[in-house]
Ligand binder design. Structure first.
Ligand SMILES: [Zn+2]
Ligand SMILES: [Zn+2]
Length: 306
């Protein structure tokens, strides 16, 4: 069995495990499985966008680069043990992503590539998948380039799926609606405790908790925030609002247009044919007897979202 097959199986088990944890230990009670924007995140961001970007990044960006650098057998780090390679790429990529993520929050222009990710108002295990197409192209090219370029193809075929699996698992974990209290471990390993605060629509934490896998970047560089963990008190505090403090479109294409051209979201989404496009799954749900299930009917104002 190939490493890719094994990691795929693990991933398909991890997703329902996250859902189970969310049901058993919910951070916010009553969050529906098909929450607002679930279909958008699953169909467009998880399935379609990921599929095409995988081809673009690996076949059209990294493969020619590798060829130019020395071909399939070139790999100065290939003799390292797999665990050491995974650890190396895990830590260096995490360090990069901390600073790029921080830049996205501190720079108005790059924020346009990140606001889609923060537009989820009911954050759950799937919410991490919502990322602007350019954000993914930049981040994944920078993430996988050192792996492809420093390892021969045989070794890269082992390390890439392991790294991709860890990314996917960790992405689901930190966004999951799971009420976990890991205490001092939150100084080292990142989890939903800190990342759900990062997704909250509270001014005080807009510039906090940028870490993805290792929380220590936030504590080292002074951006860590977690009530209950020194120097903060009141561990019972949880964010009340999630999402963006301004109107944001609900459709995949509209979200990408909005990043380069600001338009009146309310006016656009009140058009009949736009409503129909946003509500594409309604006929399917009606066929299953869920006549009122719709994303569009949900309140569009993130200020009111819990
Ligand atoms: Zn962010
Ligand atoms: Zn996130």
């Amino acid at each position: 069995m190939s490493v890719q097959t094994i990691t795929t199986i693990i991933l398909f088990c991890w997703a329902p495990f996250m859902v189970l944890l969310e049901r058993l230990y919910p951070y916010r009670k009553g969050l529906p499985f098909f929450r607002d924007g679930w279909w958008l995140d699953f169909v467009w961001y998880t399935v379609i966008q990921s599929y095409f970007l995988g081809i673009l990044i690996f076949q059209y960006i990294l493969a020619p680069l590798k060829e130019a650098l020395g071909g399939a057998d070139f790999g100065p780090l290939s003799h390292w043990p797999i665990w050491a390679l995974v650890l190396l790429f895990l830590v260096t990529h995490d360090f990069y992503i901390y600073w790029f993520h921080r830049l996205q929050h501190e720079n108005k222009l790059v924020w346009r590539l990140h606001e889609a990710h923060h537009s989820v108002t009911e954050v759950d295990w799937l919410a991490g998948s919502r990322s602007h197409i350019l954000e993914i192209i930049i981040n994944q090219t920078i993430e996988f380039a050192p792996i492809i370029l420093l390892l021969d193809n045989k070794t890269a075929l082992i390390v890439v799926p392991i790294k991709a699996l860890l990314d996917a698992m960790w992405g689901m974990w930190i966004h999951s609606n799971v009420d976990v209290h890991s205490g001092k471990l939150q100084y080292i390993i990142n989890g939903p405790e800190m990342h759900l605060w990062h997704h909250s629509n509270h001014q005080e934490v807009f510039f906090c908790n940028y870490s993805t896998k290792f929380a220590f970047w936030d504590w080292i560089f002074g951006t860590g925030f977690l009530p209950g963990l020194n120097p903060f008190k009141h561990s019972i505090l949880k964010p009340e609002k999630y999402g963006l403090p301004y109107e944001y479109p609900r459709g995949y294409f509209e979200q990408h247009v909005f990043s380069v051209y600001r338009f009146d979201v309310k006016r656009w989404e009140s058009k009949e044919w736009v409503k129909k496009h946003l509500d594409w799954k309604k006929p399917i749900l009606q066929a299953f007897g869920k006549e009122n299930a719709t994303d569009v009917a949900a309140p569009p104002n993130p200020h009111t979202a819990k």
